[in-house]
Each structure stands twice: as C-alpha cells, then as structure tokens.
Ligand binder design. Structure first.
Ligand code: 2U9
Length: 332
C-alpha cells in the first residue's frame, strides 16, 4: 500500500519539529515550538483536519501515525525542556558561588537612647499606677500655653518661659501643661494622666540648658485629693526610679499653675539634687476648664527628662545627649 500525502506531511512534520526542538537552547522558544506544532491551532491539528477526506481503511493507519508523531514531538519537547532547565540551574549556581571565607557584613545592634530610656521607665511606672499617656501639639496658642494655666500676658513668670513666637500669634509650647488643659476640656474627673513631649524655651545653650528639651508632666484631678496624695505619689515614683532607700525632700516654691507649690530634691551619690517641681493645681486652672474647684482638687508635677537622665547616669553636659556620639551613647 502506498503512503498517502497526509502520511508524508506527518513524517515531514515530525522531522522538522524534532530538528527545531533539539537545536533550540532557549526555554521560551521551546514553548513557541510546542504551540506551533502541537497547539490547538498548531500544524498537527491542521494536518489532521484533512482526515475527513480519507477512506475508512486509511483512517486508522493515519490516526496511529498521527499519535506516534505527537508522542515523538512531545517526548523531544520534554527531554529538551529538562535539559535546558538543568543547564539554566547549573549556570545560575556557577554565577552565584558563595565564598564562605569572605568577612560578613556587620550590622551593629542599636540601643535605646538614654533619654528614651528615662521616658520608657517613667511611663511604665505611671501606667502601673493607673495613669494614661496623653500627648498634644508642639505649636500652641497663647491660651493653652499660658492663659489657661493662670499665666496672663502681664505675669512675671512669662519672662522665665520666654519662647519662640510664630507669625499669627502661636508659639512653641514651653511645657507640656497645655496637653493637660486640652485633656481636661475633653474629659471629666477623675483624671490621671502623664504627658511626655518636646518643649521649647528661649534659652542660651550651656552645659545645663537647652532651647529644646523634653518634659514629663503628670496630673491627677479627683474629689478629695490632698497634698499628702501628691507627696505619696512623687515619693513612690522617685523610689521606683532611683531605689527604695532614696531620701526625698520637698521645699516650698512657686509656680503660677499650682498652689501650694514645691520643689523636690533627692539625695543621690551623697548630694541633694533638685529633680522636679510639683503642687496642688491652682483653682483658677480648674475653673478655666470648667471644673468646680469646690468639688474637685488636683495635683501636678513636672520634670525635665534630660535633667533626670543626667542625674541618673552622672552626665556632666546636656549637649552630650544631642550629639549622637556613639562613644557616648554605647555606654548606656
Ligand atoms: C496643669 C496644672 C499644673 C505642672 C508642674 C512643675 C511644677 C515644674 C518644671 C520642672 C523642670 C518644668 O522641665 S522643667 O523646666 N516643672 O516644676 N510643673 S507643677 O503643673 C501643672 C501642669 C498642668 C493643668
């Protein structure tokens, strides 16, 4: 029996495909060949479309041949794909040789800055005592920074808290007390808050002064709070901070927003050191936020984070805290 044209086409297709596949060195091309020869609209399908014209005797023979051709091409595709993938991986491995004797890239571990270390410890202690952390804007109005805190424009205490004024009358806050005013405006007693944050003063920079520094201020407002509650809170806090045996003393002082007011000293490494100020919230401050001073009383205290860090770690110059000198910072 002679071979039909369709059988010739099939063997030619197989030869061409095998030739093309075995000489390609590229996986993308290989896929193109699969589509070209075996795809739905590929050459094999096209040839088989002519099967309808065959006699019933020819059909099974051609069908069997078509299967052989298909399997032969598919087999070549699979082999070539495996071979190409293998070379690809081998080339990649060669290009990526790892020299295990090379020195590694050293990534030094960071540390908590001594200022943030103090803030973290203080917040932990007060959160433990039931206080909530409150924050507010560094750009403030005259009202929140001074007026509401019993410090009108002609008050002499404004001289000591001279600051940076912005066009339009706003200013950089001189203390975080404005945070407590805002908090009281939006909340009713009982109140227990601690406000950390950056504050500003028009100060000449030296070993103990900075025009930008950090404060922590606490405020408690409730029915029946007395000076003894303030003393107990401060003493508990300072002993948790510096140690159980720490001697603490209160000296009378003056602040516009507290009455009576006191300064707090601790005996540390043999010396009395002033570490914070405090007092009972002035009735005028309670009135400014709409609290009745006949019903509620409060106590407040404030301190500089830098000063605390300097006392705790015996740091001699405030500027060391801002220089980012690793020889200094890695000591903590
Ligand atoms: C409200 C009412 C009263 C906060 C207070 C001090 C005393 C104090 C200074 C310590 C060193 C500021 O960082 S420093 O320069 N602060 O001595 N601060 S009482 O009194 C308040 C706060 C908010 C509503």
């Amino acid at each position: 029996m002679s071979t039909s044209p369709i059988q010739n086409q099939l063997t030619e297709l197989q030869q061409e495909a095998v030739q093309a596949i075995t000489t390609t060195d590229n996986l993308d091309n290989l896929e193109q060949f699969r589509i070209k020869y075996l795809g739905k609209k590929g050459q094999l399908s096209q040839i088989l479309r002519g099967m309808g014209k065959l006699s019933p005797e020819e059909r099974p023979q051609v069908g069997a041949l078509a299967n052989e051709v298909k399997e032969a091409i598919q087999g070549k595709l699979d082999n070539q794909k495996a071979a190409l993938e293998k070379t690809q991986i081998e080339t990649q491995i060669k290009a990526e040789t790892l020299d295990v004797t090379m020195p590694g890239v050293s990534r030094p571990l960071g540390k908590v800055h001594p200022l943030n270390g103090v803030v973290d410890r203080v917040l932990d202690i007060f959160v433990g005592l039931g206080y909530t952390v409150a924050t507010g804007p560094q750009v403030e109005s005259d009202y929140y920074n001074f007026e509401a805190l019993n410090t009108p424009a002609d008050h002499p205490a404004r001289d000591m808290q001279d600051t940076f004024y912005l066009p339009g009358g706003n200013l950089l806050r001189t203390h975080t007390s404005s945070v407590q005013i805002r908090y009281m405006e939006n909340n009713e007693p009982p109140i227990r808050i601690i406000a950390p944050g950056r504050v500003y003063r028009r100060d000449t920079v030296d070993a103990t002064h900075s025009a930008v520094f950090n404060q922590l201020e606490l405020l408690a407002v409730d029915k029946g709070l007395k000076f003894t509650d303030l003393k107990g809170t401060i003493k508990e806090f300072l002993q948790r901070m510096f140690g159980d045996e720490l001697p603490v003393q209160f000296r009378t002082s003056y602040f516009p927003f507290t009455e009576p007011s006191a300064e707090v000293d601790v005996q540390w490494k043999g010396k009395w050191l002033e570490v914070m100020g405090c007092g009972m919230v002035d009735p005028n401050v309670l009135k400014a936020v709409g609290y009745d001073p006949e019903v509620y009383s409060g106590f407040a205290a404030g301190f500089g984070v830098e000063r605390f860090a300097m006392v705790l770690h015996q740091i001699d110059d405030i500027r060391r805290l801002y220089n980012s000198d690793l020889r200094f910072l890695t000591q903590f």
